[in-house]
Write a protein that binds this ligand. Structure first.
Ligand code: NAD
Length: 308
């Protein structure tokens, strides 16, 4: 079984490491020259829950891959997904299974342009990862990874991926409703993640403000209204409760959009609040919270000189 990680930043390197360590043939694909050079020279060093190990693992640019892969995990940032799919086209056969665990909404529509529906597996994960520098990653938590086939007839393919995740100690689960989990996770990112980035605050600080409840309810209500039109199962109260639970666990953490802006990198806002604002407009709904949050994040990117 030849596995590729298409986008081997923090989470991609971490997942690639776990699968390689547990006996799979894994190739890392990425664009970052220093990262590729470091992994090829010294191996990939990964700290998983405070235990550091190194593995030798081939890493190259997508255009340099010559194998056809049986299984590909895409792990770009949301805005890099389309380009990556273009660049790995020659490595995909008609049987290649593609798994997407990116944050954000609507990625299946992008992947469908390159991969048959019956080979697409969508999911979410609450593993967290960060890059410490070229060739060095930290992976923490214990998952889970929840995945589901988007074509009804492909359950066996998703179950096969669950087995690989479990053999690699990545805590895979078959989800009966991955859309629900994906939208709920998008709400976490569309609220606490976006607000921390805008306010330059950590999660505890955001949840100590007098206005956080109305902000959260306003944003999540817009996700809920759009989900209803799209026929996606969504529970407003459960989602708010879920966000509060996550906030209690991660309190002093600065989420990814805050980190992106601190590193002058673009955020994934267009695939979260931005997508909700745009899709809502198309179906005649109003989403003023999501639109303004998207505009403000983009304004902040502009002020920081972030290239988009
Ligand atoms: P990442 O930023 O670590 O990597 C994404 C891409 O950016 C990779 O190609 C990487 O090589 C490149 N990159 C990173 N730092 C760079 C630098 N300094 N110079 C040049 N290139 C650089 O992204 P990630 O955190 O692995 O996230 C991938 C996807 O998974 C996203 O959709 C994210 O929202 C989602 N996700 C991440 C986490 C997490 O904890 N990291 C958790 C759940 C979901």
């Amino acid at each position: 079984m030849k596995i590729a990680i298409a986008g081997s930043g923090a989470l991609g390197s971490g997942f690639g490491f776990q699968m390689k360590k547990n006996g799979y043939e894994v190739t890392l694909l990425d664009y970052w020259d220093e990262h590729i050079a470091a992994v090829n020279k010294n191996g990939l060093t990964v700290t998983v829950n405070h235990q550091t190990e190194r593995v030798n693992i081939p890493m190259m640019k997508p255009s340099e891959a010559t194998d056809q892969f049986d299984l590909v995990f895409v792990f770009t940032k949301a805005m890099g997904l389309k380009q990556m799919l273009e660049d790995i086209g020659h490595t995909l056969s008609e049987d290649t299974i593609v798994v997407c665990l990116l944050n954000g909404l609507g990625h299946e529509n992008t992947i469908e342009k390159y991969v048959p529906r019956e080979n697409i597996i969508m999911g979410t994960t609450v593993w967290t990862a960060s890059l410490n520098g070229p060739g060095q990653t930290t992976l923490y938590g214990d998952g889970p990874v929840e995945i589901q086939n988007i074509a009804p007839e492909s359950k066996d393919k998703a179950e096969k991926v669950v087995a690989i995740l479990n053999e690699s100690h990545l805590n895979g689960h078959y989800s009966k409703d991955v859309q629900f989990t994906t939208w709920r996770k998008a709400c976490v990112n569309g609220t606490m993640n976006a607000l921390c980035a805008l306010m330059d605050a950590n999660i505890n600080e955001i949840f100590s403000t007098s206005t956080h409840q109305s902000l959260l309810k306003g944003i999540v209500s817009e996700f809920a209204a759009l989900a209803k039109v799209k026929g996606i199962h969504f529970d407003l109260e459960e989602t708010l409760e879920y966000i509060y639970n996550v906030s209690r666990k991660l309190g002093s953490h600065y989420p990814s959009m805050h980190q992106d802006l601190s590193n002058k990198r673009p955020t994934e806002i267009d695939f979260l609040n931005g997508l909700v604002a745009e899709e809502s407009r198309k179906v005649g709904l109003k989403a003023p919270y999501c639109q303004q949050i998207t505009d403000l994040i983009h304004a902040k990117e502009d002020l920081l000189g972030v290239a988009r």
